[in-house]
Design a protein around this ligand. Sequence first.
Ligand SMILES: [Fe+2]
Ligand SMILES: [Fe+2]
Length: 465
Amino acid sequence: MNGEIPNNVDLDHDPQLRRALATWHPRFLQWWNEVGPDSFDTSTVYLRTAISASADGWANYAYVKMPEYRWGIFLAPPESRKIGFGDHPDAEPWQQVPGEFRKELRRIIVTQGDTEPASVEQQRHLGKTAPSLYDLRNLFQVNVEEARHLWAMAYLLHRFFGRDGREEAEELLTRRSGHRDHPRILSAFNAPIRDWLDFFCFAMFTDRDGKYQLESLSESGFDPLSRTTRFMLTEEAHHMFVGETGVQRVVQRTADLMKQSGRADLHALGGIALAVIQKYINLWCSESLDLFGAEDSSNAAAYFAAGLKGRHHEHAANAYREHRALEGDYELRLPGGAVERIALRRAMNAILRDAYVQDCQRGLARWNRELAARGLDQRLALPRVEFNRKVGACAGALCDPQGNVLTAEEFAARLGEWLPTAEDRARNAELMRPVYEPGKVAGWIAPPAKGINGQSLDFEYVILS
Ligand SMILES: [Fe+2]
Ligand SMILES: [Fe+2]
């Protein structure tokens, strides 16, 4: 069986790991068949597959049927490095799990691992309403890669955590997104992704949280985790691309229709109103902010002190003055404007989140250029971190997306201005009829700027059957 699993972890010479995977692999396929993409098992998809960790090995393009995709186990090449932050910055990274941090590391890996299959489950039905074969292919690329990320985390659990690791790897296949009795661990991964605007916003905002979590884990003193996440980041870049350009193309189409018609309500013209796009941004941005956890966190401090989880780009030139983070503090703005000071180490979640928000802002600026280029005055904006939060200092605050504190009545009365309503969703569902003809694109979204891997736009990215 191991001949079928592309890997650079010497699986051939690791009988224990092979035995563990021999049980897990068929369970994984069963999971994919049960809750992976619905209805496209026999279609042939133009997908990239990682076959090695070398510069050209991770992006091999070919037509594949998804259930036959060759999910593999890849670690980025080893680097000579020190742990580099926390209480023992000069220590060598660990090649095995240190006994004293076993529980914490397992928890970190399980929490990350749980998000990967969750997103596949959330996106299960989208193929049936894809705006083009190009988009359909991108959706499936994201799906198979998230499933490979699940493999990456299951590998760490099987290889380094013995029996309880095997049990956790099994649980990763058992929990279900949105399930009442055994849901996924984090809230955003239980939220339904009902339509393609949800999907693009999810890939923009929620996958980007994933990127930031992976970046901070790639700093980890546990070297196999660092190398695994570094390789995952090469794939994650495409997910960000799908999200950011997806929303951008919706904005382009919307802006064109606004300019042509002089109207804001575009439904009768086959477009999505800018105000509705803004509501989806508010929803997925705020859900994703919750994923960073509480701003003041003793867990985050402990992970940093131990060298388990660093900051974003802990070692980039000029990123941080020093790597122990024992001095100084973080200024946390509370709803209403009061400021709380948090010791730096306890504020690691907030520091990571701030880097994330800045990154999101860059995407927003690109979307807004589409509006400016057409001479329109309207702009999209990120909601303030006080809006629609369930986790941390702003949890339950009654703030609008600009951060103003409202009364309960005002807040309830106006929520439909800020988050998608049932009517917004019904109207989007009406527009989102599938377009499966090569080169054709649905009317609510602009065509992409270019094809995948140098292919033309009318390339048959998915051969339906
Ligand atoms: Fe992922
Ligand atoms: Fe992703």
